[in-house]
Design a protein around this ligand. Structure first.
Ligand code: LLP
Length: 404
């Protein structure tokens, strides 16, 4: 059971200032443990996608377990290094790297996933100026639809990511002329929250096999094949399968990718590692009976977790305080909303919840990935702090409140 739902913890949370991010560290450990054991079994090298959650404690734990870091900004590269990832396990990816970021990453000893010919040219020039050799993999746009939300699909020809087929020949030519680049391999990432895992990754692997063969025939040794991240999690039922189906993902890719001796296979999961261990804990500020609807107005908003407003994403909502009064099971329909001055600041419309009152603790589940890392100070609201299941002393206690 997620530590979130433990009655003793809920009793403690009643005294804590909300909103806050709660992380079940046992679930994080169990998830990473599963990844490490499958990675060993299938011979897959795993880099964690830092953008999903860059909290220091989480990164320190993941680095201590030997995973690498997939970073998408100069700041992520430096932060990953500060959280214990060795330089040779840090990859700097992303479609738009600034000159300063490229220089910082080169000096930090990170390797690169480059996304355009122009970028490769610049990385080579900067490495030459710094007297450093750059390790570069090239991201390819494989033209595969990931069957996911259009904002998080990245591998079709409509998307800005990667190099397209028509540039393959000029790419081989350019790499031949880049004297400060060590070409390491090819990178692919077709999208996020992929639930048709076997179908989508089988297609990806078929495309990747032929692209790798094309490059090797032209004399480029593809040492690393990187298939990116994308494994989906169950937002509807976070407790049904709290650890994502890594088995199917690792099994599919390792079965379908043709690997010759000495060629390594990489994956870059983000969401599937951290989503289910994180919960946004909030409180009902007001219960508002509207003309046609009942609203629960929470103290957490779209600035904390933007996924519902940005993607129309579903997050399960639970009334935690109601778990302490199980003899009052009345079910009500509520629109659960946040305090931000935007009509899209809605956690969920028409949700069935136990009768809820001012002060009730509400859990917004599966919020560990792209939650805290995407939060902002919109409306000049405070950033919600993190509370870890194995170190709850850090939690800030409530000072001001008015009990009706
Ligand atoms: N590798 C690359 C190159 C990526 O662009 C991403 C995510 C990952 C790995 C990790 O993918 P994951 O395993 O987490 O699916 N903010 C959105 C998700 C954006 C994903 C961006 N790229 C959301 O909240 O759904």
């Amino acid at each position: 059971m997620n530590k979130m739902l433990d009655v003793n913890n809920i009793e403690f949370f009643e005294k804590v200032e909300t909103p806050f991010w709660f992380y079940d560290m046992d679930l994080l450990r169990a998830t990473v443990g599963k990844v490490v054991s499958l990675a060993g079994r299938y011979g897959i090298d795993v880099h964690y996608a830092v953008k999903a959650n860059e909290e220091k404690r989480i990164l320190e734990y993941i680095s201590s377990m030997g995973l690498g870091a997939d970073c998408v900004s100069g700041n992520e590269v430096i932060h990953a290094r500060d959280c214990g990832f060795p330089a040779d396990r840090i990859v700097f990816a992303g479609v738009g790297k600034s000159d300063r970021e490229i220089a910082d990453a080169l000096k930090a000893g990170a390797s690169f996933n480059c996304e355009s010919l122009q970028e490769i040219f610049i990385v080579n020039a900067m490495a030459s100026r710094l007297g450093i050799r750059a390790k570069v993999s090239v991201r390819i746009n494989p033209g595969v639809d990931a069957h996911t939300h259009r904002y998080i699909t990245t591998g079709t020809y409509e998307n800005k990511f990667g190099i397209s087929d028509y540039e393959f020949a000029p790419l081989v030519d350019l790499l031949g002329r880049c004297s400060c680049i060590d070409f390491t391999g090819l990178h692919f990432h077709v999208g996020s929250q992929i639930t048709d895992v076997e179908e989508v990754f089988s297609l990806v692997c078929t495309r990747v096999n032929s692209i790798v063969e094309w490059f090797e025939k032209r004399g480029l040794e593809v040492r690393n094949i990187n298939l990116g991240g994308g494994l989906g999690v169950d937002y509807e039922d976070p407790d049904g399968q709290p650890i994502a189906d890594f088995e199917t993902w690792f099994g599919t890719v390792s079965g379908k990718i043709r690997r010759r001796a000495g060629q390594s296979l990489h994956l870059e999961p983000g969401r599937s590692i951290v989503a289910q261990c994180g919960t946004l804990v909030s409180r009902v500020l007001f219960v508002k009976v509207g003309e046609t609807k009942n609203f629960l107005i929470l103290d957490a908003g779209m600035n904390d977790l933007i996924r519902p407003a940005l993607y129309g994403a579903y997050h399960r909502i639970e009334n935690l305080s109601a778990r302490l009064r199980p003899n009052l099971p009345q079910s009500q329909v509520y629109d659960v909303v946040g305090p931000v001055c935007e009509s899209s600041d809605v956690w969920g419309a028409g949700r069935f919840l136990p009768l809820s009152v001012r002060g009730d603790l509400m859990a917004i589940r599966s919020a560990g990935a792209y939650g805290q890392s995407m939060s902002s100070r919109y409306n000049l609201r405070d950033l919600a702090p993190a509370v870890y299941s194995d170190d709850m002393h850090g939690a800030r206690l409530r000072t001001e409140y008015f009990q009706e």
